[in-house]
Ligand binder design. Structure first.
Ligand code: NAG
Length: 250
């Protein structure tokens, strides 16, 4: 490399190093000490319409709709369920309904989101047993999650990135409840409208009548997938903005 080229690279690195990002301009800062709860709720709800459009500068994916190429939704010894070409609509209607500083010293917070209607469309591929019957099928699935309330417990940790203090959000647990879940399943594997040995209609009925049981069994696995998405969004911002730029100073 020529001497000039070398110098250009060095000065570019210096500029890069000293370049500190601020919070995105659509997020208003709050103080950890004063009115944190009220401020965070207002700030988040004002920011959501911007966040859901996506922001490549902070690695925030477009959320309206959110497209995910592949999700291994269930992976147990009895059951494998993958979704591909996942399209999730309705996240843009999310509202932060509470922000509970459960323990400010430990930086432990409960983020409570309400989303009136989430629609998930995807291609599924399932292999395993449902109620002892072997099921091996592919098809289209639509899921409708009505009036969901999602409570996400996070710990905000201090970490050092390139000698600078940053926050890092670690999800502890995600709980959700719904007024109603319904689904619509189509089989693409068989010509005779069955999924495994069940008629498609019967599977749909079975699913729609047993969502609460299924949610209890498989909810934790789904919740892992969702919580890593929320973490990705929050850490996309936290990674870029030094800790002293996240909250108001007093
Ligand atoms: C789901 O994807 C995994 C790869 O991540 C694969 O091993 C498994 O066989 C797939 N299951 C189904 C039912 O397609």
């Amino acid at each position: 490399m020529s001497r000039t080229g070398f110098l250009i690279v060095i000065s570019f690195l210096c500029v890069f190093e000293s370049y500190q990002k601020q919070l995105p301009n659509y997020i208003r800062k709050c103080s950890l000490k004063h009115n944190l709860r009220e401020c965070a709720i207002k700030s988040a709800n004002d920011a959501i319409p911007f966040i859901v459009k996506g922001d490549p500068a902070y690695d925030i994916p477009n959320l309206s709709p959110l497209r995910i190429p592949f999700m291994s939704l269930i992976k147990t010894k009895d059951m494998s369920l993958n979704l591909t070409d996942v399209n999730i609509q309705g996240l843009d209607q999310a509202k932060l309904i509470d922000f509970v500083p459960a323990n400010v010293d430990k930086m432990l917070f409960d983020i409570v989101l309400a989303i009136p209607k989430v629609t998930i469309n995807a291609d599924y591929s399932i292999d395993g047993k449902i109620m002892i019957m072997p099921v091996n099928a592919k098809g289209r699935i639509s899921l409708f999650l009505n009036n969901g309330v999602y409570t996400y417990t996070v710990v905000i940790k201090a970490v050092e990135i390139n000698g600078e203090n940053h926050y890092q959000i670690e999800g502890q647990k995600l709980e959700f409840r719904f007024d109603k879940i319904s689904s619509d399943l189509e089989s693409l594997t068989s010509t005779d409208e069955t999924i495994g040995s069940f008629p498609v209609e019967q599977v749909n009925e079975l699913l729609n009548e047993n969502w609460n049981t299924l949610l209890r069994d498989f909810g934790p696995l789904v919740s892992d997938a969702v919580s890593s998405l929320i973490q990705q969004i929050m850490n996309g911002i936290a990674r870029d903005v030094p800790a002293n730029g996240v909250f108001l100073p007093d």
